[in-house]
Write a protein that binds this ligand. Structure first.
Ligand SMILES: NC(=O)c1ccc[n+]([C@@H]2O[C@H](COP(=O)([O-])OP(=O)(O)OC[C@H]3O[C@@H](n4cnc5c(N)ncnc54)[C@H](O)[C@@H]3O)[C@@H](O)[C@H]2O)c1
Ligand SMILES: [Zn+2]
Ligand SMILES: [Zn+2]
Length: 491
């Protein structure tokens, strides 16, 4: 999702450490603590985002400089040497955007060595690669703060064990913040990431993107936020200045980052968030973190899918296919918008919750759904949402529409799970609209928040389970098996 922040040319230089070839095995060195790292970076678009850089005391990287040892003023210039101050047994690596795909990692320039399986946790992460590591053994300078470990849910292989362990404390990017997570919902998108459906996820990984919490650290260039502010954030963190951002469509930003996908996420005590001035959203006083977490992803996504993309108006019929976190939110928002809702799910428990959210009719997803919706609505829905993301719900949603109806695709359909067949003949004959909906930009949050504050929307009713971080792995692996929304509220 992120693009062209930094390019590195073929002239890349290895780390200049005691005459050692950069791609030889790493040995502790008796060296003074100052190490020059020459990487010949060139900033293409002059964005303030620096290359990602990290230091990890034991494992050979990677975070974004958790020990605070990088001279970021030099980084911000984007060119030339990086001056690093390294601690005992520190290892350092530089992640740079190379404009090539991950699977061409081996094409790193001469003298550089890729270190697979390591992940920057902040900054412009997409297509960033660790291209070099060196391990001098030096004493830290006096006053250098050591990073504290934080608890996080980690997986080391796709579909593999999800375990809680200590990871390095994240530090904010210059334009970013670190948030102490108060609550983090478990969304099916986390499951997609864990399942290996998202090419942005690099192992090992910390999932979690639907969060609320308290600002714990602030980057130098952040203007609007301070430590202690209570916030949520759209899971799509926009850059604020690419063409879509300038058009007010940060939810499809060209340089977006996403916690829990492009870097480590919020199923952890702390999470780093980029471009804070563009993306953070202040929570209304008194709104509990458990309620607010959903505003970071599924509730806000559903709000925009129904109101902004589906453009539902009072009296219209809305069909919602899949009544989990997204679907139940969509039912609630559609009812609040004055629509009449048909809820579809294969789980009786999910349908019960949909009824509690105001759905007028409940349809078993294993039945002939389009026929049932047509009958219940007198010819089909005006707006229909696929809120699961499966071939069957995509098709059912399109076939549930009346003439000139609007299908809104919210559920993810990653190619890894197979592409759905879209009946384009029906789209043409019925003049149907097939619309995609992706999150919601921070600038659109005030409208949603004012409806919540006015008591017209009730995200708090959607939280059905509160978990500790130790139970998050099992809940993530079993997403969709238990109706309702699970939120991690203790870390
Ligand atoms: N577009 C976006 O911006 C965005 C944002 C958030 C989530 N998502 C995606 O939305 C989807 C839903 O996420 P969620 O967390 O609400 O998932 P969820 O697992 O909570 O809910 C899915 C629901 O679908 C139901 N279901 C399963 N098979 C069905 C069928 N054949 N017919 C009808 N219902 C069926 C399940 O019983 C469950 O209730 C996921 O793909 C997620 O990745 C997209
Ligand atoms: Zn942008
Ligand atoms: Zn989500």
């Amino acid at each position: 999702m992120l693009g062209d922040g930094v390019q590195v040319g073929a002239e890349q230089q290895p780390v200049a450490v005691a005459g050692r070839a950069a791609d030889q095995p790493l040995q502790p060195l008796q060296r003074p603590p100052l190490v020059h790292l020459q990487v010949a970076l060139r900033v293409v678009d002059h964005r303030p985002a620096p290359p990602v850089l990290g230091v990890h005391p034991q494992r050979g990287l990677l975070g974004h400089d958790p020990a605070g040892q990088v001279d970021r003023r030099r980084l911000a210039e984007g060119v030339g040497d990086l001056v690093l101050q390294l601690g005992d047994h520190a290892a350092v690596a530089v992640a740079v955007h190379r404009g090539v795909r991950r699977d061409r990692r081996q094409q790193v320039g001469s003298g550089l060595r890729a270190v697979p399986g390591q992940r920057p946790v902040a900054g412009p992460a997409q297509r960033s690669e660790v291209v070099h590591a060196a391990q001098p053994a030096c004493r830290p300078r006096g006053g250098t703060r050591q990073a504290l470990p934080v608890r996080a849910l980690v997986f080391e292989e796709f579909g593999g064990p999800l375990t809680v362990r200590s990871v390095p404390e994240p530090r904010p990017a210059p334009d970013g913040v670190v948030v102490q997570v108060g609550a983090s919902g478990i969304c099916r998108s986390d499951w997609h990431g864990w399942s290996g459906h998202d090419p942005d996820v690099v192992l090992p990984h910390v999932p979690g993107h639907e969060l609320a919490g308290t600002v714990a650290a602030v980057g130098d260039r952040v203007r609007t936020w301070s430590v202690g502010d209570r916030v949520t954030v759209p899971f799509v963190c926009a850059c604020g200045h690419c063409p879509p951002c300038r058009e007010g469509a940060g939810q499809v930003c060209l340089h977006q980052t996403q916690p829990g996908f492009t870097h480590w996420g919020s199923l952890a005590e702390l999470v780093a968030l980029d471009a804070a001035d563009v993306n953070l959203v202040a929570l209304p006083d008194g709104m509990p973190f458990a309620t607010a977490a959903g505003l970071g992803c599924r509730f806000a996504t559903a709000f925009r899918a129904v109101t902004g993309v589906g453009r539902v108006v009072p009296g219209e019929w809305v069909a919602v296919h899949g009544c989990g976190g997204v679907g139940l939110s969509a039912v609630q928002v559609a009812v609040a918008a004055g629509a009449r809702v048909v809820a579809v799910d294969v789980s009786p428990g999910a349908l019960e919750l949909a009824a509690a959210c105001g759905a007028e009719h409940l349809v078993d997803g294993a039945s002939d759904v389009p026929a049932a919706v047509a009958e219940l609505t007198g010819g089909g829905a005006h707006v229909s949402l696929d809120a699961l993301g499966a071939a069957v719900t995509c098709l059912n949603s399109i076939r549930s529409l009346r003439r000139r109806g609007r299908h809104v695709q919210v559920g993810l359909l990653p190619p890894a799970v197979g592409r759905p067949e879209v009946p384009m003949e029906l789209v043409i004959a019925g003049e149907l609209a097939a619309l995609g909906s992706h999150g919601m930009a921070a600038a659109e949050y005030p409208a949603m928040l004012s409806l919540i504050e006015a008591g017209r929307l009730h995200p708090e009713l959607l939280v059905t389970r509160r978990l500790g971080l130790d139970d998050a792995g099992a809940a993530l692996a079993a997403v969709g098996r238990e109706p309702g929304i699970a939120v991690v509220t203790s870390f």
